[in-house]
Design a protein around this ligand. Structure first.
Ligand SMILES: [Zn+2]
Length: 405
């Protein structure tokens, strides 16, 4: 018999804290989620600690950990994942930055987002991609003002300061080394940036913007330098092929870096609302065709960052409805339903609280929780660190090799 497909559904920032507006319930407790509750009652339910008890994780580190890669060993910063998420070529050892197209007047940053530039900045990115001093500088555009820069060449260092002052009305910072090893990289980067300023200032896109009274995109602000890690491919690590259904660039990039293949679904790039039904029905269609599917749904985290518990409830209910596509396939797949970390819709920040977790498939033993929520899933007493989730799932579907004789 063919082995079951593992479908890992990560609701971003899932766990939460009680809020007054929800009568002291958390969004998970307040939301009407019959499908999730069904899986919690009939599956193995408990809690997962993102990476380690006591860490407040970002989405990148917690996703790595849920996939069985220890971020404390392999994580080098967000830049490389963002660049991969923009379909750039990033090789182990390359230095990648997150970037913004910004408006600069002299040395002062007038607008870090160049008026939230609405037109495609790809021609600008192409114009400022070049080779200088034996280093290849590649720029790719994301949505609106967003972009990424990748440096490729020998002897590069990631120990470089941001050039982004992180505030309007401040001077653009010089790229400076954070340790002696970064000196050459910082110097090359500075000469590249001054050349890129000349090109951007005279680029037709900016001439047109200025003549129509709009803010030009004449500075590439850099932040979050990171060295692309040398990660073992997912297929090699697990002997399974992996696919992903993900909208947000950072987690798409992370999955691409692990060599997973994209299952394309339209209308999933927004962080607030997404094509929930399209995502879950695509996952359902690929059960039996691929060994592993990773899905990230960003909306719960985005609602919590907006300190809007009601919006988070709404997102949960829409996800729950879409889960109907996958229910009924428990003979052919294992569903792992969880979040990457908790995000408090009271403070608007990530927290280190554990997150509810359910493994649901046919023919497994049951550790039942009456509801898919923080309180109910805690009561089962079943819990693990996120780094063990993959292995626990693998053994459930007889994909894990025996440890010992
Ligand atoms: Zn977040």
């Amino acid at each position: 018999m063919d082995k079951k497909t593992i479908v890992m559904i990560i609701m971003d920032g899932l766990g939460d804290r009680p809020s007054r507006i929800l009568k002291n319930k958390t969004p998970m407790e307040a939301a009407y989620t019959p499908n999730m509750d069904y899986m919690a009652r009939n599956g193995i339910s408990g809690m997962v600690y993102p990476v380690n008890t006591g860490l407040v994780c970002g989405s990148d580190t917690s996703h790595l950990s849920l996939l069985g890669y220890d971020p404390l060993k392999v994580y080098t910063g967000r830049g490389p994942f963002e660049a991969m998420g923009l379909n750039m070529e990033v090789n182990a050892g390359d230095i990648a930055f997150r970037a913004n197209y910004a408006t600069r007047d002299g040395k002062i940053i007038k607008d870090r987002r160049a008026g939230r530039i609405e037109e495609d900045t790809s021609p600008l990115s192409k114009a400022i991609s070049m080779e200088m001093d034996g280093i290849k500088f590649s720029v790719a555009s994301g949505v609106e003002h967003r972009a990424a820069l990748v440096m490729h060449g020998p002897g590069l260092s990631e120990f470089i300061t941001d050039t982004d002052p992180h505030e309007n009305g401040k001077e653009v910072h010089r790229a400076a080394p954070l340790d002696p090893k970064g000196k050459k990289t910082a110097e090359s980067l500075e000469s590249y940036l001054s050349r890129s300023r000349e090109i951007m200032d005279s680029h037709p896109i900016n001439m047109k913007r200025v003549s129509s009274g709009k803010l030009p995109a004449n500075e590439l602000l850099l932040r979050g330098a990171g060295r692309a890690p040398d990660l073992e491919a997912f297929s090699k690590k697990y002997g399974m092929n992996g696919s992903y259904i993900i909208g947000i660039p950072m987690i798409r990039g992370l999955s691409r870096m692990l060599g997973m293949k994209e299952i394309k679904v339209s209308g999933i790039t927004g962080s607030h609302n997404t094509n929930y039904e399209g995502k879950l029905s695509a996952a359902s269609e690929n059960v039996g065709k691929t060994d592993f599917i990773l899905m990230n749904i960003k909306a719960p985290d985005a609602a919590a960052h907006d300190r809007d518990p009601l919006k988070k409830v709404d997102a949960m209910e829409k996800i729950d409805h879409a889960l109907g596509h996958i229910l009924g396939k428990e003979d052919q797949c294992l569903v792992i339903l969880t979040g990457d970390h908790s995000t408090s819709s009271v403070s608007g920040e990530h927290t280190g609280d554990p997150v509810p977790l359910v493994f649901y498939t046919a023919g497994q033993r049951v550790i039942s929780s009456s509801m898919f929520s923080e309180r109910n899933c805690s009561r089962t007493g079943f819990s693990m660190d996120s780094g063990n989730v993959m292995n626990f799932g693998l053994q459930l579907v007889d994909r894990l090799e025996k440890y010992g004789a």
